[in-house]
Design a protein around this ligand. Sequence first.
Ligand code: PBG
Length: 344
Amino acid sequence: MAFPQTRMRRLRSSASLRGLVRETELRAGQLVLPLFVTDGDPTHPGGDGSPPTREPIATLPGVERLSISALLDEAHAVAALGIAGVMLFGIPAAKDAEGSGAWDEEGVIQTAVRALKHALPELLVLTDACLCEYTDHGHCGVLREGTGSLAPADSPTVDNDATLELLARVAVSHARAGADLVAPSDMMDGRVGAIRAELDAEGFADTPILAYSAKFASAFYGPFRDAAGSAPARGDRRGYQMDPANGREAVREALLDVQEGADMVMVKPALAYGDLIRAVKRATRLPVAAYNVSGEYAMVKAAAAAGYLDERATVLEILTSLRRAGADTIISYHSKDAAQWLAE
Ligand code: PBG
């Protein structure tokens, strides 16, 4: 039956009717807040019991680099809002060619995870298992001499297989510190299997892996690289991250990660990739996380500051749309604001 028997507007006539037929729910318990943590060395007070410090990030208004004691303050606020967890990114005091700070038992993330799990055992701690914040060249793995067929001509070659062992070390060090989920974001082939094997061998068979399965070489990571100081010194990440034009390939990546033992899969960025959130969910039947990345956040903040958009309405619409696309979990810099608005 069509018009005039059918009138779609009948069920839109009051808030209660709209609520009765709403298809998608957004809850604080589905949200994860990414946080940047600075090393507790003398140039970054806080990790050693000194006063908390917070450094603003120019390209991410409202987001700060936190010392470990400031991180604990922030985590209490996050937990009080009912947000599921935090995703940690470390800013180490020193970097080297291999990114060895990434698996240092006394490294910034390992120290932060122990402090968080001690203070707030219920708040989930997710860690990013990657090398790019710890390598002096800014790539997500170790470099091989010369340019190979696997990289664009202007970019150094990241050695896939040599990187796997290092990533597994990183993941084990995070699990040992108490991370609830480890999330490899490097896009090397075979890393989920390598990490699963090493976690199991080291006694962490119960630590789940959230695989950044479909991570695209995206312009939307700009502010993050500014925040974490992880922009590649030379070349770009197109030799390992995915081409934004490819959807079937994203599904293939996710299915391979399932075979290798991923417990959850991620699509990143989120906003321009709703079709892939849906496709990956359908194909894998695993819980899917969508990463609403730094550039997506920065666009909304800039437009809101200029008075072009209503921030609250825009953020809630965006996060709801990611849930509608099929995301079970959303990782977003808007998480605190959103949780606050959802509670009002
Ligand atoms: C890599 C990593 C990146 C992001 C999360 N993990 C940056 C990159 O791949 O260059 C981006 C997140 C964001 O933009 O918010 N460790």
